[in-house]
Design a protein around this ligand. Structure first.
Ligand SMILES: NC(=O)c1ccc[n+]([C@@H]2O[C@H](COP(=O)([O-])OP(=O)(O)OC[C@H]3O[C@@H](n4cnc5c(N)ncnc54)[C@H](OP(=O)(O)O)[C@@H]3O)[C@@H](O)[C@H]2O)c1
Length: 256
């Protein structure tokens, strides 16, 4: 049974990936993972491809035991895996609780890695993995410190894994979007954080454009997808401009 697995499918990028994959890719089922069960069942009703809601909290270790058991039982042929579950909190180290800082690392890094490792035995030649990263991975970002560090992990992990999987024909792409304003990411990042840490989101993009570009770049087997002009330019300049200079500019701009 050929399937796609998408985490973070209850909103934002994850939900948009489910919609576009259901239209563009021949899947027998799409497995969707998130905590908000009602949202997953609602999505299942909207689409013609069979959707399998899997309510899991990916910051809890028992979720991976359940996910592993499901894979062992169904033995699917995973053609596409997308790790889109993730969150960030805005503010300095003083503004963000220990719990939130730990959960960012748990979800953005550990859960992404564990879902990937558990899925790999069920992926064969031509299968694709999209690890949702961020432009925050291109350099450190005060005010989004733990989040940016977690995304640097995702970028590094994805790019090395891509090479480790070279002979197996499984493609891995780190998708690095800039701000997207039609998802829940920004409101969630401001809850229990310091909304004033970042005041403006100029030149932001939309989920449907980011998803379309990410699916195209993964088909092209690119190591990194930089969807949109800001992401492309930030990736380019972060390779040449000293990061201390970029951080200095960011510190000025985010206070405007
Ligand atoms: N929006 C942006 O500006 C932006 C920019 C660059 C990168 N990104 C990245 O894009 C990815 C998707 O973000 P988004 O913009 O689509 O935000 P979003 O609308 O808030 O979606 C986040 C998803 O993660 C799921 N999630 C959160 N905590 C979870 C947990 N403990 N267990 C399982 N699922 C959990 C949420 O579902 P439940 O709450 O139902 O569990 C939701 O489906 C994230 O990795 C984010 O870092 C976003």
């Amino acid at each position: 049974m050929q399937i796609a697995i998408i985490t973070g499918a209850s909103s934002g990028l994850g939900r948009e990936f489910v919609k576009q994959i259901s239209q563009k890719e021949p899947m027998e089922e799409i497995w969707v993972i998130a905590r908000r069960t009602d949202r997953l069942f609602h999505l299942a009703k909207q689409l013609s491809v069979p959707i399998v809601p899997i309510p899991l909290d990916l910051t809890k270790q028992e979720s991976f035991t359940r996910f592993h058991a499901l894979l062992e039982e169904k033995k699917p042929d995973i053609r596409i895996l997308i790790n889109a579950a993730g969150f960030g909190k805005m503010g300095s180290y003083k503004d963000i609780s220990l719990q939130d800082s730990g959960d960012m690392v748990e979800l953005n890094c550990r859960a992404l890695m564990q879902v990937t490792l558990l899925s790999l035995p069920y992926m064969s030649r031509g299968a694709r993995i999209l690890e949702i990263c961020s432009t925050a991975s291109f350099q450190p970002l005060p005010g989004l410190n733990v989040y940016a560090a977690s995304k640097a992990f995702v970028q590094s992990y994805s790019r090395s894994l891509r090479w480790e999987l070279f002979g197996h024909g499984v493609h891995v792409t780190a998708v690095c979007p800039y701000w997207i304003t039609d998802t829940e990411f920004i409101p969630v990042s401001q809850e229990n954080g310091n909304p004033a840490a970042i005041r403006h989101f100029p030149f932001s993009s939309h989920a449907r454009h980011v998803v379309r570009a990410a699916l195209r770049d993964s088909k092209l087997n690119l190591p990194v997808s930089a969807p949109g002009p800001v992401s492309f330019l930030q990736r380019f300049f972060a390779k040449f401009i000293p990061h201390e200079l970029i951080i200095g500019c960011w510190e000025g701009l985010r206070r405007l």
